[in-house]
Design a protein around this ligand. Structure first.
Ligand SMILES: O=C(O)C(=O)C[C@]1(C(=O)O)C=C[C@@H](O)C=C1
Length: 359
């Protein structure tokens, strides 16, 4: 028996009254978004307007007096806008599947639950969906803080003209999942090679001599394990929920702060947000001092470089391509000028996009 049954009921009654108002207000908001959608249709404007969504999020954060944390309100408004946008025009987003992978979680985090998220079998398939216009955006992993770059994604940009319009940072935490939830039943562990690598020490200590099996995704590992009582999968909690598995051990990754960076690609460049990054791809002639010369235009203008990666390319025209990330938008004079100066040393240079820096 509760000590204050009366006041509990009273509080809940007040919450009910507020919920009724919220429903009414949310629908009022949705009707207005519908009007905005009709105007956009008549003017042939884009339905999804990231800059406006940013404005709404910033305004909401300024208005917030608590006790709700800013992040909680951000999530709520992301879903409100996702639902309003879906009324204007359903937004198609392709992502590297299958369902319940970390890329799926990243896509949901970026576009909300009302976007139409379509899983694809490969990174090239995600790019193709966007290139052919069947999806407005594509979401693919690009870099993991433990295992380094997802090279397939970077390689895509050599051929593709899609632009990076956003990045999503997701804390990736791995659980050991199985049907029974019991450690002693585990005779085999399935996962994506990167996830296995990220849990290597934990596996050596806790499951020595147990065979580890590489599969194409953490979600596929969970799907296999859902049919096999003697196997376990390393995957995220989204996969546990999706495939009805139990958690044998949670957070088994060797490194805390294990982040994966995902990128969002689209056919159009993103507008400046005030806190952007720019990514470029280029190749230079193989000659002495070239590395120094290619970075000098950025140093001289005080453009902060945050990453440089090189990849071998099996084409006669060049030997290595470089990927460079820098602070700022390509429309910032220092950024644009430094890139144009670098271009004079390059056999090939492509601006992959300027996009808001992930928080
Ligand atoms: O303001 C608009 O352009 C809208 O379509 C409304 C709205 C919103 O819900 O606030 C919805 C989708 C857009 O991406 C931006 C904002």
């Amino acid at each position: 028996m509760s000590q204050h049954p009366q006041s509990l009921a009273e509080f809940r009654a007040e919450i009910d009254t507020i919920d009724a108002k919220l429903v009414e207000l949310l629908n009022q908001r949705a009707r207005l978004a519908g009007e905005v959608g009709r105007i956009k249709t008549s003017l042939a404007r884009d339905f999804h307007v990231p800059s406006r969504e940013r404005e709404v999020h910033e305004r909401v954060a300024r208005l917030n007096q608590g006790p709700l944390p800013a992040e909680a309100l951000r999530g709520i408004f992301r879903e409100i806008m996702s639902a309003c946008l879906a009324l204007e025009s359903p937004m198609q987003v392709a992502f590297l599947g299958p369902l319940a992978t970390f890329t799926h979680v990243a896509a949901q985090q970026q576009f909300g639950q009302s976007a139409q998220l379509a899983p694809q079998k490969s990174i090239p398939a995600v790019f193709e969906e966007v290139e052919k216009g069947r999806a407005l955006y594509g979401v693919v992993p690009v870099e993991n803080s433990t295992e380094g770059m997802v090279s397939h994604t970077l390689d895509m940009f050599v051929e593709s003209d899609l632009k990076i319009t956003a990045e999503v940072l997701l804390e990736v935490s791995h659980d050991l999942l199985s049907r029974t939830g019991r450690m002693e039943d585990v005779r085999k562990v399935y996962s994506h090679p990167q996830a296995l690598a990220q849990c290597r020490h934990w596996l050596e200590e806790n499951l020595p001599n147990i065979p580890l099996v590489d599969v194409a995704s953490t979600a596929l590992a969970a799907q296999i394990v859902a049919e096999d009582l003697s196997a376990a999968a390393i995957a995220g909690c989204a996969a546990a929920e999706h495939y009805g598995l139990k958690v044998v051990r949670s957070r088994i990754e060797d490194q805390v702060n294990n982040f994966t960076r995902f990128i969002v690609v689209s056919r159009k460049m993103a507008d400046p947000s005030g806190n952007d990054k720019t990514s470029i791809l280029f190749s230079v002639k193989d000659e002495p001092g070239i590395l120094y010369r290619m970075l000098e235009p950025f140093a001289r203008r005080g453009v902060n470089l945050s990453k440089i990666e090189s990849r071998p390319v099996k084409t006669k025209a060049w030997e290595y391509i470089f990927f460079l990330d820098m602070a700022g938008h390509v429309s910032d004079p220092q950024v644009g000028e430094a890139i144009e100066e670098l271009r004079t040393y390059c056999q090939f240079l492509k601006i992959l996009g300027s996009y808001p820096r992930a928080k």
